[in-house]
Write a protein that binds this ligand. Structure first.
Ligand code: AOF
Ligand code: ZN
Length: 352
């Protein structure tokens, strides 16, 4: 199962709206087939692992991170494929909350006299598909807040544009996190101050750039911004208040999608509706504070840097020692010159 989870991590953020699932088939103590949900979401993991195993699937054990599907969607049900291949035992980490599946996949297996075990490494597998599970159960994407804080507790400097706080290794890790996310969001303050591009600029992952979103109540995003100018290459969505005028016509003519939403919760609901499972929030202080106050942040990736900002600094709303209630540290490691701490706030129900 650990290997199946590792496999699934390879395609996180690139199978939407499907979860990235891993499947490993073992016969006589040897791995005979491996599969991960293909980029774009199909084929699913199991048929690929079964194809690799071929005749060796007969009498073998299949380890799958998510309950095999039972619905006739864009591909035939994986549970039926497992039965047809003669698998003897199926070990599943997490039951599928998709109402089309939700226990029916397990039932198909059990009805065919396959031995089924559920819940193995459930916590790890849930973390690996947290985006999908959050969207299915809460009707909004998983929200990941990324913050880089200077040694004097600042996020940047007023009027200075983009200030390098973290080092090269952290920058690479952040771009990898962007690639694993379905969408990335900043506030209009950050869009104006930094003129960010918000794309993935890592060799081999250029096509994994997520949908770029700006919270921009008055539609103030400049038509000269990098975001607007690149909207035809990588999609940009500007979330405006109902009736906002500003630059919306010009932005729309440049290929920017202008979406009217009364508030951030409605935006998250609309994103989930269109299959966005994970949303990375990259700035700035006001957006971070607001999202934390609303209780809609699920995970915080906090980089502490040795760089000092000093005069004119923008204070960070949070620090490792000053987190809102309910967050627990799940990981801590050095990333180049910076210290990364990861916090999660999972509802108790997500662990059972
Ligand atoms: C599996 N194995 O690798 C994945 C599954 O749109 P469809 O027809 O591809 O179905 C999407 C649903 O399939 C999704 O909501 C989830 O229930 C399941 N994903 N299932 O057996 C896989 N990715
Ligand atoms: Zn399937």
């Amino acid at each position: 199962m650990r290997e199946a989870i590792e496999l699934s991590l390879k395609h996180v953020g690139r199978t939407g709206p499907n979860p990235s699932v891993g499947c490993v088939i073992v016969k006589d103590g040897e791995v005979v087939g491996r599969g991960v949900t293909a980029l774009g979401g199909r084929p699913h993991a199991e048929p690929q692992a079964l194809a690799e195993a071929g005749e060796k699937a007969r009498g073998a054990t299949a380890y799958v991170t998510l309950e095999p599907c039972s619905h006739h969607g864009k591909t035939p049900p994986c549970a039926n494929a497992i039965v047809a291949a003669g698998i003897a035992r199926v070990v599943v980490a997490v039951a599928d909350p998709d109402p089309r599946v939700s226990g029916r996949g397990l039932k198909i297996l059990a009805d065919a006299d396959i031995e089924v075990t559920i819940g193995i490494l459930q916590k790890e597998a849930r973390r690996a598909m947290a985006g999908y599970l959050t969207r299915q159960t809460k009707g909004r994407p998983q929200v990941i807040l990324k913050l880089a804080v200077s040694s004097d507790g600042m996020l940047g400097r007023v009027g200075a544009g983009q200030v390098a706080i973290t080092g090269a290794e952290a920058r690479e890790a952040v771009h990898r996190l962007r690639a694993q996310s379905d969408a990335i969001l900043v506030g209009i303050g950050t869009a104006l101050a930094d003129d960010p591009e918000l794309t993935v600029r890592l060799a081999g992952l250029e096509s994994a750039s997520p949908l770029r979103i700006v919270l921009d109540r008055k539609a103030e995003m400049p038509v000269t911004s990098k975001l607007a100018k690149t909207a035809k290459d990588v999609p940009v969505l500007v979330a405006v208040a109902p009736g906002a005028v500003g630059n919306r016509a010009e932005l729309a003519s440049m290929g920017v999608e202008v979406l009217e939403v009364p508030g951030v919760e409605e935006l998250l609901g609309a994103l989930a509706q269109r299959g966005v499972s994970s949303l990375m929030v990259e700035g700035g202080a006001r957006v971070a504070t607001d999202m934390l106050a609303r209780g809609i942040v699920d995970r915080i990736e906090l980089y502490d840097s040795p760089v000092t900002i000093g005069e004119g600094g923008i204070p960070s709303p949070i620090s490792a020692g000053r987190l809102p209630a309910g967050f627990v540290k799940i990981d801590e490691r050095q990333v180049g010159s910076d210290r990364l701490q990861i916090f999660e706030r999972l509802p108790a129900s997500a662990w059972v």
